[in-house]
Design a protein around this ligand. Sequence first.
Ligand code: HEC
Length: 572
Amino acid sequence: MRKPPTLFVAAILIVLGVIWLGVVELARPAGAADPGSLDGLASLSGAVQAPKPFKAAQVHIMNVDKQVLFMVYTSAGRYRAPNLFPGKYEVTVRKAGFGADTQTITLAAGAKATLDFSLREQAGPGVRQGEFGFTSGAGTDVKLLSYDELYPRESGRVLLEKNCMYCHGKNFFPSKQYHETQWNAFIDLMTGVTASERGAMVSPGALSQPDRATLLAYLSRQFGPGSLPRGLRVDTEFPVDETALSKAMYVEYYLPLDPKLDAGNKQRRTQQPHFDQQGNVWYTDRSIPNRIGRVDPRTGEFKDWVMPDPKADPHGLTVDARGHVWFAETAGFHLGELDPATGSIVRYPMDSSGRSKGRGHSPVVDSKQNVWFTVIQGDMIGKWDRQTGKSTVWKVPTQGAAPYGIDLDRDDNVWFAEFRRCKIGKFDPRTEKFTEYVVPSQPCTIRRLGVDSRGMVWYGDFSNGKIGRIDPASGQIVQYDIPMPFSEPYDVWADREDAIWISDGGQGGALIRFDQRAKKFTYYPTPQITDQPKLAITRDGAIWYTPRSSLKAAVGVLYPDVDKIKTLAASY
Ligand code: HEC
């Protein structure tokens, strides 16, 4: 019997297919599809008028069906937002000193709609600055004052800045109303006079006895039982470059509240984003019950997995080559491995010998698929070995270092931030040796770091508002001041072109692009008041973040140039 001429049939089908595609291409009237939007998506543009000049107003375009926010800025009074999901929208314009009415519009797939706004003058509340740990939006219950009003210029202020505020931030102390005996006890706790599980926060010997007395008197006077809870007002407007901002778009995918799991929750709380091989964005969710979840940026669909220990407090997460998701438990001293295909979760102790205790922080996968992680309490870094399935930990040289953010260079050296002791650590897995780099601006806190394509290590000096770069070859460290007061650089991460991206919750929230060559900072103020503990950058230069302290929990992305969007999928 003769075999069917499969190849011949296939060839005919291919030719027919090509002809058909060509016809479709020709049949589409020129200009009908929005050149800036992907297939099936819509766009909105318009003019924004106001009684007095303004710059870079935020246009909030909220898809109420999907609970996805698109946000663009005006440039010379116009805005343009491509790549919107079809659906029903509420649109409003936000700019300090102005008010606007919300308008609604429904966009069909492929629509190119326009919507104009007129702003009216309206006084708004000041923005509250970030707080130790988490920011609480524009607090209404708390009186907002200037820095000098909160902290009268006396010698106690300098001592507070130097010994305490670099960890606690600028809103912590004015929120307390403690009696002198309580302040005294807390100073003992912080200086290690009273023993605690966490150890001394203030480096031994940093505070002399006379300075301690001055500090105690200052704290008791300013933040005593008779004082009111207050917060820091940040009046400074972000420096805005309308030309850069006119190309940018933020998108925030809001986490749904699960009627069963979130009965007591007002909102959920995302901590860290990471991409998988299918273009999804994974996140840790620290609301209780703790969850690991993912959003598909192409559809806005969420899926969550509740952690085996729902109070283990997951911090960082990462995805290995098999697509398994690894998370580090802060409370549990375990690493977790989720197989999204089956939903099975395995927990591994961070020290298989069982000798150590601690609080885990952030994991990262090396080229051999081992999982490295930081242990913030216990001053360790660790490795889960792919071959043996067992974990080992190593003590870092500096006591009280509190290892935090982690990254690998191309030789699989492990780089980590020593949060409380203002150093950057490097661990060579071949020699098992540590090298520590002392940052020039002591004391400080450093949360995270990232290695760029040339092997330079970038970090944020969170408490002093600087970023720094270590050249591992020479050991040379260069620092740059972020050009706004009260900056709090959290994560610092390079894109493919080695532009450095900084997440800064200091003045209410911005992603900042730092051009290494031009030494130029470009601000992209965030849609919500928030900090953003971790960045993940796609191969196309889209900056993903998790707005941790925002009113609405989300997984968000900044596209610095909307005309370069080729896909909504997120890939490394
Ligand atoms: C290196 C970081 C760091 C420094 C420096 C530091 N603290 Fe703390 N502080 C912490 C941490 C972390 C906690 C939480 C401790 C715990 O839960 O065991 C804390 C807790 C506290 C608390 C109790 C928390 C509460 O809700 O009331 C007070 C008060 C306090 N610190 C005051 C101070 C003062 C005063 C100084 C300066 C002398 C100082 N801290 C320096 C990190 C620091």
